[in-house]
Design a binder for this molecule. Structure first.
Ligand SMILES: O=C(O)CCC(=O)C(=O)O
Ligand SMILES: [Fe+2]
Length: 372
């Protein structure tokens, strides 16, 4: 039986649990807010091609667009990101194979309930990202960073969410049962991890920081990723203002880490909340990956960058697959408001937190630990 809350380590006293509980309150407040002067109706598309240029002016111009997107919507699509379409398609196919081909008893053997780090298979209705909505229809397979998945090999100092350093906590299906699964996942993960490192440089530029500002913080980064399957809707109907009878795939939430890179198949389902109370569909964009600001970037910037509330509702008669990577700085590093983002009157809205501990505390709030 996993014991999420009794992990004892140096990080437990740093206020991360209080911060995780506050994030839940923030979410509820955002869902209730109906009047706001800030609103958006669309999600920008940013072509990254010139961010790979040797010219700093080219890189800076992409960074400026990122700044604009992060201070308004908190979400944007990237195209020209360099991950081959064939790799993306093959990974989405692997996701379908995982859920359809792996026998139930093999899924049970790698069930998340065996993990203290929320890794492995989670069936539908097992976790709820917030406590105030109906059970979620999604099922998922979750894994985290391993040096073997990192094309750079890492710095050999990987630290887990709870501060432990004794190796990978992942639970993989066997090669015999799903041939090629690990290799295929490793291929996509390697690409998306390198893309996340590239984006860290652009985020730094976007905040008028030295381009390599985040580099020392991502030498053994946190990188939880998941394959998610949303079943077809039993009552397909379009997004409406009424918000009635929704089959919640994944409840309303903000992401916990620096930012998320999301690969989605061709079926819509992701919806993001404009501050004036409207849900906007993040329709799939051909060749595009969705990027969203998550809580660390919001905290670093004292809320200049928006960690926007989002959810998933599959309103179609088809199943939907998505694959997010939640990119974090090294889990043993602290997230503290950037000096340039403190203002004279507001100072810092958020106390410092330890990255891994905060993620663990937020994950722990998504499961009913009394359940098993
Ligand atoms: O499935 C999606 O489109 C979004 C998933 C998501 O928001 C999450 O896993 O945090
Ligand atoms: Fe999310």
């Amino acid at each position: 039986m996993p014991d999420y809350m009794s992990v004892s380590n140096d990080f437990s006293q740093d206020g991360s649990r209080a911060a995780a509980l506050k994030a839940q309150e923030y979410l509820q407040a955002r869902l209730e807010a109906t009047t706001s002067t800030t609103s958006f109706r669309s999600i920008p598309i940013i072509d990254l091609t010139s961010s790979f240029s040797l010219s700093i002016a080219d890189r800076q111009s992409v960074a400026s667009r990122i700044n604009e997107a992060c201070t308004t919507v908190g979400f944007f699509y990237i195209t020209g990101h360099g991950i081959p379409q064939s790799v993306c398609d093959a990974t989405l196919e692997l996701a379908a194979r995982f859920f359809h081909e792996l026998p139930e008893e093999s899924k049970e053997a790698i069930h998340m309930k065996h993990s203290n780090h929320f890794r492995g298979y989670e069936p539908a209705a097992f976790s709820s990202v917030n406590s105030f909505e109906s059970k979620e229809t999604k099922e998922a397979f979750n894994w985290g960073y391993e040096a073997g998945l990192d094309p750079t090999g890492g710095d050999g100092k990987y630290v887990e969410l709870d501060g432990s350093t004794d190796g990978s906590k992942n639970q993989w299906p066997s090669e015999a049962e799903l041939p090629g699964f690990y290799k295929g996942i490793a291929k996509y993960y390697g690409h998306v991890l390198q893309l996340a490192r590239h984006l860290c440089r652009l985020f730094a530029l976007s905040l008028a920081l030295p381009e390599n500002y985040f580099e020392p913080l991502i030498t053994h980064p946190g990188g939880i990723a998941r394959l998610i399957r949303y079943p077809p809707s039993t009552n397909p109907k379009p997004l409406s203002e009424l918000n009635e009878d929704e089959e919640i795939g994944l409840g309303a939430h903000t992401d916990y880490e620096c930012f998320t890179l999301l690969l989605q198949d061709s079926n819509p389902g992701l919806e993001i909340l404009s501050p004036d109370g409207h849900w906007i569909s993040a329709e799939p964009v051909k060749g595009g990956i969705v990027v969203n600001v998550a809580d660390f970037l919001m905290r670093w910037t004292n809320e200049r960058y928006k960690s926007t509330v989002h959810r998933v509702v599959n309103r179609t008669a088809k199943e939907r697959y998505s694959i997010p990577l939640f990119f974090s700085i090294n889990y043993d590093e602290k997230v503290e408001t950037l000096p340039s983002c403190k203002t004279e009157d507001s100072d810092s809205k958020f106390p410092p937190i330890t990255a891994g501990r905060y993620v663990l505390d937020r994950l722990a709030l998504t499961v009913d630990t009394g359940k098993y």
